[in-house]
Design a protein around this ligand. Structure first.
Ligand code: ATP
Ligand code: MG
Length: 201
């Protein structure tokens, strides 16, 4: 009985392996990928920083541009600045007096930050670029969608780019290679639990 189970399991695994091997064989294009991490659930930015660590592990060149308000110190920023001080890490809030009542000020901040992103999107040496919370700049129409999409499309062939944020729009979804939507099942904050160092920021 056990032998029969074992034999069946082995046969199933072999079949599975040959399918996976065939798929691996078929994927023969070598180029950078564009990834959109979206949805209402927790895990978009932290996943992007997971890829930062993967890339750094291989000694690759990485840059991060965060389209976030204010100067938000996060654990990943502190870690990266301490251990990879040469890495380009730009936050929209840095050096700006962010004023949510002031739309033209917001647009100016978004444009200045976009200029950083654009510089990286033209750098053939760069392996991985994170455009954290970029989707909101498109949703608020702080940045022109066509401009953003064509810059992503025209980046160097071997460069990968990770965009995070809720929404993102049909055109952005169309232009990237991978889209993952993180679904909100439940979140501790809604049960009154404070945002946690090392987990939430
Ligand atoms: P993380 O940075 O933890 O991966 P995220 O990038 O998916 O989160 P953001 O909307 O950028 O999500 O939010 C950042 C902060 O908001 C984090 O502290 C996160 O825990 C919290 N957050 C994310 N999703 C939710 C949610 N559905 N309800 C409440 N808080 C959330
Ligand atoms: Mg985020």
């Amino acid at each position: 009985m056990e032998d029969e189970k074992q034999r069946k399991h082995k046969a199933a695994m072999e079949k599975q392996k040959s399918k996976v091997d065939a798929k691996i064989e078929r994927a023969d294009i070598e180029r950078g990928v564009a990834v959109l991490l979206t949805g209402n659930g927790k895990g978009k930015s932290s996943s992007a920083f997971g890829m930062v660590i993967r890339a750094l592990g291989y000694g690759q060149k990485v840059a991060v541009v965060q389209f976030i308000k204010g100067k938000q110190l996060s654990g990943e920023e502190m870690f990266l600045q301490k251990h990879f001080p040469q890495m380009d890490f730009y936050q929209m809030g840095t050096g700006f007096t962010w004023n949510t009542q002031d739309r033209s000020g917001d647009i100016a901040a978004a444009e200045t930050t976009w200029a950083q992103a654009q510089k990286h999107l033209q750098d053939p040496e760069l392996d991985l670029l994170i455009l954290d919370e970029l989707t909101y700049m498109l949703a608020y129409q702080y940045l022109d969608e066509d401009k953003v999409i064509s810059a992503i499309q025209q980046r160097p062939e071997q460069q990968s780019v990770i965009v995070t944020g809720r929404g993102g729009g049909a055109a952005l979804r169309e232009c990237v290679d991978t889209v993952s939507e993180i679904k909100d099942i439940k979140h501790a904050f809604k049960a009154g639990i404070k945002a946690r160092k090392g987990v939430d920021y």
